[in-house]
Design a protein around this ligand. Structure first.
Ligand SMILES: NC(=O)c1ccc[n+]([C@@H]2O[C@H](COP(=O)([O-])OP(=O)(O)OC[C@H]3O[C@@H](n4cnc5c(N)ncnc54)[C@H](OP(=O)(O)O)[C@@H]3O)[C@@H](O)[C@H]2O)c1
Length: 334
């Protein structure tokens, strides 16, 4: 039996293209003692995939010839580990492949749910990142203004909906008029500013007449710079990611640092979702509650076929997704 894999043909120095990837076929890997053979069902497509191609981050850099790493939901096909059994559905560090090998004690058995993809969107990385970053770093209070960039994306969409459920005024930033309308009409934000239009600072100021108390930053660069000038004294800036800087050879940082932090007494803090794993159970309970009451709507953007993973990542960087983007490699085993 053959195993398809998508590997890095060449590391990008500027914009990512399909020429940076190649598809290969290898023999089906064999699980050694303590290991499991996994069939990949759903792969998470993340802006972080691109940042791993730039160098070491919170994980090692991806190198030419490597299969692209990914977080995946998988079915156990063969187990040499007492931790998991054949047929279990698990979360694993995988690669863009049909099948992968993992250490039995490194995979996480997932609960049985009606819609497996929800374990990757609202109850997965996207929902957890939104909840932990907002609650533990942003600490919004009802009545405050919360501003969030990449608002139509997976993390940003949940940040806004959670903040709304907490009684905040929520303003999004997204690319294009259609996405901005969707953020207001479907996700329930109070307003959304199109960053691709000229006059971003003015538009943000008019959408946030009382200033900004919490800015949840997914993008960095010029949008971060413009948002910082609107912060109220003692505001909190949640540094979640910097997608505007990942796919370019000319990164631009905010020019108003550190002055604005000093003058406005701001707190600016970065985080990685795993930092808050000890609070995951509380996070999932809260998300389940808001999904149940209809305060959080789940939007997913599922691309079919392993072979389409490079285009799915390139498209995510260009903003053609709404909600959590993932690639379906195999059908749900039910
Ligand atoms: N800290 C953590 O633990 C953690 C975990 C997960 C994700 N993240 C971060 O969260 C952010 C969102 O990632 P995601 O994977 O969930 O993707 P996503 O938000 O679902 O999609 C990315 C969105 O970013 C927007 N975007 C792309 N280029 C942009 C630019 N130059 N300026 C402004 N917006 C741009 C696009 O929407 P538009 O059409 O609106 O441009 C695109 O749809 C990323 O920065 C990622 O690194 C962090």
């Amino acid at each position: 039996m053959q195993n398809r894999q998508i590997t890095i043909a060449e590391l990008p120095t500027a914009e990512l293209t399909t020429a940076h990837f190649t598809q290969i076929e290898t023999d089906l890997p064999v699980a050694a003692e303590g290991e499991v053979l996994l069939r990949v069902i759903l792969m998470s497509i993340d802006a972080a995939n691109r940042s791993w191609m730039k160098g070491a981050t919170y994980r090692a850099a991806v190198q030419t010839g490597d299969a692209m790493p990914t977080y995946a939901i998988c079915e156990v096909m063969h187990s040499n580990s007492p931790k998991v059994a054949v047929g279990d559905i698990v979360a694993a560090e995988a690669t863009w492949s049909d099948y992968v090998i993992a250490k039995g004690h490194h995979v996480q058995k997932l609960p049985k749910v009606e819609t497996i993809s929800h374990l990757m969107s609202v109850y997965g990385i996207a929902g957890k990142t939104a909840y932990h970053g907002l609650m533990s770093i942003g600490r919004p209070i009802a009545g405050e203004t919360v501003l969030v960039s990449a608002a139509a994306g997976s993390v940003g969409g949940y940040v806004g909906q959670i903040a709304r459920a907490l009684g905040c005024r929520v303003v999004g930033i997204a690319g294009g008029p259609e996405k901005c309308s969707w953020v207001v009409d479907e996700l329930g934000f109070d307003a959304c500013v199109d960053y691709r239009e000229a006059g971003l600072s003015k538009a943000l100021a008019s959408a946030c007449p009382d200033g900004v108390d919490v800015y949840f930053d997914n993008v960095g660069g010029k949008i971060l710079e413009a948002s910082l000038t609107l912060m109220n004294d003692k505001g909190r800036v949640v540094c979640c990611g910097a997608i505007s800087q990942y796919d370019t050879d000319t990164p631009t940082g905010p020019r108003n640092l550190p002055g604005v932090i000093v003058v406005k007494r701001l707190k600016m803090e970065g985080f990685i979702v795993m930092d808050f794993a000890h609070n995951d159970a509380k996070c999932i309970r809260a998300l389940q509650h808001w999904v149940g009451t209809g305060q959080i709507k789940v939007f997913e953007d599922i691309v079919d076929g392993l072979e389409n993973a490079p285009k799915a990542l390139i498209g995510l960087l260009a903003g053609d997704n709404k909600g959590k983007r993932m690639v379906r490699v195999a059908a749900d085993p039910s």
